[in-house]
Design a protein around this ligand. Structure first.
Ligand code: KG4
Ligand code: ZN
Length: 350
């Protein structure tokens, strides 16, 4: 089905978002209401509070997205994230989108949140923004809940090549920041501290770096940071915290960037895309750029607003979805290693 313009709603975690996007990827409106203030005091996302905050935010957020896009006449369909994510949070967006589609007589499109992250590199927030990558590309998806490598041959032909066996990279940042008493979310704080710290001060492991696969593991790093904090005599001063932040970031970044570039080599693909909240990390961006340049690969890093959770990426992925019923799920039942599309052509990968 071909639509000209889609309104999308995203509520899978702790951001209530709505956006209007044209089929060429041009973002017409892009509204995000963050719940960071709601969850910060708990050091992580509290699902029930997330659902309630989505309920409060969804009407004004959608209204603003529609109004700043010039109203309803241009909108041809409504897309909504149906998973993976917090079920209660997803339900708020899905039920709202269903009602809106019914009331407006518009088709409803269910979109997988991860497809959104993998296609966010095609969004253009202004006319001067660079054009996204051609296909195929390898995508490193690094967020608070996911760390995985994908091969994207087309918007509807995506293969999962490897993923974390335990914690996501974002979780490692968040948990380390919590251990250091630096607040939530941890990624941006560690990123800032790492800039002034000495990355060689603490010797931390590079998990799975030398394994001949596309998998990751970050829970050991969290333990290593916990041990460094425990064994340190007295409370850590700011300089030592910065050293630990820099050492942790260097370990995470080295594994992510090296394995992503190695994945491109293996797949015979010369384009690497970064996506997800951790793609905002300055250390990761710099190291990936360095390694890609060495290999002559093209690197695509969307602007930060397109990396962190947003609805524009859901709208863009909506152009490749089929209209129909929307049922939410916390984990994708079909996303296994290999080709996960339900077209009967499952190709398992090692
Ligand atoms: O994609 P995202 O907004 O939400 C999920 O789908 O999870 O990612 C959130 C994650 C959090 O773990 C946060 O700490 C991390 O992205 N993050 C960062 C940075 N900015 C956000 N991690 C490292 N460096 C950053 N600058
Ligand atoms: Zn996300």
């Amino acid at each position: 089905m071909s639509f000209q313009t889609i309104l999308a709603i995203e509520s899978s975690c702790d951001e209530t978002a709505a956006a209007v996007v044209r089929s060429d990827g041009r973002v017409v409106s892009d509204v995000v209401a963050s719940q960071i203030d709601v969850h910060a005091r708990y050091g992580g996302v509290v699902p029930e509070l997330a659902s309630r905050a989505h309920l409060r935010a969804i009407v004004p957020v959608v209204e603003e997205a529609v109004e700043s896009a010039g109203g309803w006449p241009a909108i041809a369909a409504i897309a909504v994230t149906h998973g993976p994510g917090l079920v209660g949070a997803l339900l708020v967006g899905a039920q709202f989108a269903k009602s809106l589609a019914w009331a407006r007589g518009l088709p409803l499109l269910g979109v997988d949140h991860l497809d959104g992250h993998l296609l966010a590199c095609h969004l253009r927030h202004d006319d001067d923004a660079p054009i996204g990558p051609e296909y195929p590309y390898v995508a490193l998806l690094v967020s608070g809940g996911h760390t995985a490598l994908y091969r994207v041959d087309a918007p509807d032909d995506i293969a999962l090549l490897g993923q974390t066996r335990d914690d996501a990279a974002g979780e490692a940042f968040d948990k380390a920041a919590k251990l250091l008493g630096l607040g939530y979310p941890g990624g941006p704080v560690i990123d800032r501290l790492a800039k002034v710290g000495d990355a060689t001060a603490f010797e931390l492991p590079r998990p799975m770096l030398h394994r001949d696969d596309h998998d990751f593991s970050f829970s050991g790093l969290k333990t290593a940071v916990a041990r460094a904090v425990e064994t340190h005599e007295g409370p850590m001063d700011e300089a030592t915290q910065a050293d630990l932040a820099a050492s942790l970031q260097a370990a995470i970044v080295e594994v992510l960037a090296k394995k992503a570039v190695r994945c491109c080599v293996r797949e015979g693909v010369s384009r690497l895309v970064l996506g997800g909240g951790v793609a905002a990390n300055r250390g990761l961006r710099a190291r990936a750029a360095e390694l890609c340049e060495k290999k002559g690969f093209e690197l695509f890093v969307p602007p930060i607003r397109a990396c962190t959770d947003n609805a524009a990426m859901i709208a863009y992925a909506g152009f490749f979805a089929e209209p129909g019923e929307v049922a939410v799920y916390s984990r994708s039942p079909t996303r296994v290693r290999g080709r996960f599309r339900e077209d009967g052509t499952f190709i398992a990968r090692k």
